[in-house]
Ligand binder design. Structure first.
Ligand SMILES: Nc1nc2c(ncn2[C@@H]2O[C@H](COP(=O)(O)OP(=O)(O)OP(=O)(O)O)[C@@H](O)[C@H]2O)c(=O)[nH]1
Length: 402
């Protein structure tokens, strides 16, 4: 019996010692081995977003499954909850309505061009005009870039009126000047931009001109004019010569919610970007696609080839409805030569005269229309986003004369 008790006591001690050893082993392994991954009972909080809607750096994974970085346990995804809508509502610019823009910007036109008006009025109101006075009148018109032919015509018309009427009353003289200038600017020309869908396809507007004239800026500003008229616009960045030009255009578009078709590769084929832009506009059922082109003039043949190709490739997809030539009004005769070169490469249908706010050479409107036989359709009157106005002959002449 004693032996039995001894055996039981020894067996119990051995069993307890073994148990203690086992517990020790398990706890020791737990400290030095893999972590225990606990499944969260609630879904992780959404990371905070920056105002642009991006998660802050390094928090893009939401800090859940990848957050522990260790362990091989298969995690079940957290219960799905409807995510909070964190998308920022893009705030778009509301471009100024196109109507009456020239009236709004008239002061800028007048500031730089009223010199023509006041010089002429000063001369004409003096009375008793001699031959040399008429030469002064003609010089003033030439300095305003009206061109030789139009200047002579205007002098002739005024001379006849002065001879017949004989008055030197400033208001009467101003009235003559207004009438004669208006006739030269030609209010009968059709200055509408072909920017509405044609037979179930978007209108295609190609914008050409020498770099630096304000071409890309003009495409951006024109997009705003059209958006203000509730048109769906697509931009094509076919000025692939300078990569920044595409960025510039895209920024203009984004401000008014207009998409830009572009290539990220500098020197990509402009014709192919133009083609893609027209295709995209057709797919999107847009009203109009505006295609910006490169305008390096260092080599006339190269330019003609490139523009010719852009035109041909677009025409595989759609007719071109408008070719706008952008000219810098401050460049005078140089601008006129550029106009002729472009006119040979593509059939220009309208002119955009930029930087008219910074020049007393508003007469170029008349000159360029006569040389190219196409109307000035838009004028640039500043660097602001809405400083592009449909050209209105009446308001233009009044700004110079009144
Ligand atoms: N004062 C004034 N500046 C203008 C006008 N239009 C454009 N500009 C400025 O002219 C400069 C050239 O404009 P861009 O649009 O970059 O010229 P670009 O012809 O596209 O030239 P690239 O971008 O080199 O192809 C910019 O600083 C414009 O802000 C305007 O009507 N008045």
């Amino acid at each position: 019996m004693d032996n039995l008790w001894e055996i039981l006591t020894v067996a119990t001690v051995i069993a307890l010692a073994g148990l203690a050893l086992l517990v020790g082993l398990v706890r020791g392994r737990g400290r030095s081995g893999s972590k225990t991954i606990e499944r969260p009972t609630t879904p992780p909080a959404q990371p905070e977003r920056t105002p642009e809607g991006q998660p802050p750096d390094g928090e893009g994974d939401g800090g859940y499954a990848g957050g522990t970085g260790v362990g091989t346990d298969v995690l079940e995804p957290p219960e799905t909850v409807e995510p909070e809508v964190l998308e920022p509502t893009p705030t778009l610019d509301r471009p100024a309505s196109a109507r009456g823009r020239l009236q709004r910007l008239r002061a800028r036109l007048a500031r730089s061009n009223s010199a023509i008006g006041s010089a002429l009025l000063g001369l004409l109101s003096r009375g008793g005009l001699e031959e040399e006075d008429w030469e002064d009148v003609e010089d003033t018109l030439l300095q305003a870039d009206l061109g030789v032919e139009a200047s002579q015509e205007l002098v002739e018309a005024l001379r006849t009126r002065v001879k017949v009427d004989g008055t030197t009353d400033p208001d009467t003289v101003r009235g003559w000047l207004r009438e004669d200038l208006l006739r030269l600017v030609d209010p009968t020309m059709d200055r509408r931009i072909a920017a509405s869908r044609v037979e179930d396809r978007p209108a295609v507007v190609l914008v050409v001109g020498v770099n630096g004239t304000g071409k890309t800026t003009t495409v951006g500003k024109l997009a705003r004019v059209l958006v203000a008229e509730d048109k769906d616009v697509v931009l094509g960045a076919a000025d692939t010569f300078r990569a920044a030009a595409a960025d510039q255009l895209q920024t203009w578009g984004e401000r008014v919610g207009v998409p830009t078709v572009r290539s990220d590769r500098e020197g990509a084929d402009p014709a192919s970007v133009a083609f893609d832009a027209v295709s995209a506009a057709q797919e999107m059922e847009a009203d109009v696609v505006l295609v910006d082109t490169a305008g390096r003039l260092h080599n006339k043949v190269g330019l003609m080839d490139e523009l010719g190709k852009v035109k041909r490739v677009i025409e595989k997809k759609s007719p071109i409805d408008e070719v706008l030539l952008v000219l810098d009004a401050t460049t005078g005769q140089n601008g006129m030569r550029q106009a002729e070169v472009f006119g040979e490469a593509v059939a220009v249908t309208g002119i955009v005269l930029t930087k008219l706010d910074g020049t007393a050479k508003g007469g170029i409107v008349v000159n360029v229309q006569r040389k190219l036989g196409v109307p000035v359709k838009l004028v640039g009157l500043g660097e602001g986003p809405d400083d592009l106005a449909p050209f209105d002959p009446q308001a233009f002449v009044e700004a110079i004369v009144d």
